[in-house]
Write a protein that binds this ligand. Structure first.
Ligand code: AMP
Length: 280
């Protein structure tokens, strides 16, 4: 695996690969890698000649400084995992390399997507996501971007970003399934911060999503959401939202919605966890 720290060097290398007709798959991450990240690498390796993974903890997407400071960093372990996964390239930039002096942030018009759910509870979060993803796409110029369904709203935001920056016809997006622990907890770098007691409670988020799916046929979404919220609160979570939404738009689902998704964000001991499940 080749490690690049400079954007210019990476771009130069990748342009040569593209000139040689090699397809480039790209997996952007914030490190503290787990099996979820590695599943994206595997998917990319199966479909492209070159797989690039980036590790960059993007400060502009943290609306909460405490969360940024506490974000786990384990770069040596990450490098070992990426080598074992036979990732071709790791891009490991400094903050200065991403936001070079003189960098001027723009505003991305994400519309409704930015005012609901994660957008509502994490003001400016998706503006930060768009800033870093636009910059990374310009550097890597991938054929395909691999994203996890775990961050479902982020997937929709990045799809919209591609249209805003007129890249939708050049960069394909593949949304990969959420990898879970045996007890159902969605893998997340933030899980590392859970203590033993909270780790035991954390799978209730998935159990609650599962239960919404089991009872989805009832059609009474308000009741399902309220019961789910109460269940989670009784376990000790502070619930930001339980939503049943149209999977294409994230508008609240109605009985006529063809593809619905349940989404939950809840905090336990200041650690905010999100998860979602397509309903059928
Ligand atoms: P992060 O490092 O948390 O920014 O995540 C980097 C990428 O990995 C994003 O596209 C995430 O959606 C994806 N990802 C995170 N957790 C999982 C998971 N449990 N399963 C699959 N993909 C994931």
């Amino acid at each position: 695996m080749i490690i690049f720290k400079k954007a210019g060097a990476l771009s130069g290398f990748l342009v040569k690969q593209k000139d040689a007709s090699k397809k480039i798959g790209f997996v952007p991450t914030m490190g503290a890698l787990h099996h979820g990240h590695l599943s994206l690498i595997k998917e990319s390796k199966g479909e492209n000649e070159i797989t690039v993974c980036s590790i960059f903890i993007n400060p502009t997407q943290f609306n909460n400084n405490e969360d940024f400071v506490a974000y786990p960093v384990m770069i040596e372990k990450d490098i070992t995992l990426l080598i074992d996964a036979e990732c071709d390239i790791l891009f490991l930039p400094s903050e200065e390399e991403i936001y070079k002096s003189g960098y001027v942030s723009r505003h991305y018009n994400l519309g409704y997507l930015e005012s609901v759910l994660e957008g509502f509870y994490r003001p400016n979060h998706f503006q930060g996501v768009c800033q870093v993803v636009e910059r990374l796409i310009n550097i890597v110029d991938p054929d395909k971007l691999y994203l996890g369904q775990k961050d479902y709203q982020q997937c929709l935001v990045i799809k919209k970003l591609l249209t805003i920056i007129s890249r939708e016809s050049q960069v394909n997006i593949k949304i990969c399934p959420t990898e879970r622990e045996p007890d159902g907890l969605a893998m997340s770098s933030r899980n590392l911060r859970l203590n033993e007691d909270h780790r035991k409670i954390a799978p209730w988020i998935f159990k609650t999503l599962f239960s919404i799916n089991e009872n989805f046929d009832s059609g009474n979404y308000d009741q399902l959401k309220e019961t789910a919220k109460q269940d989670l609160e009784s376990k000790g979570f502070i619930v930001d939202y339980v939503e049943i939404a149209d999977a294409d738009t994230l508008n609240p689902a109605s009985n006529n919605t063809s593809k619905s998704i349940a989404l939950i964000a809840a905090t336990i001991d200041k650690i905010r966890l999100i998860d979602n499940l397509m309903l059928n």
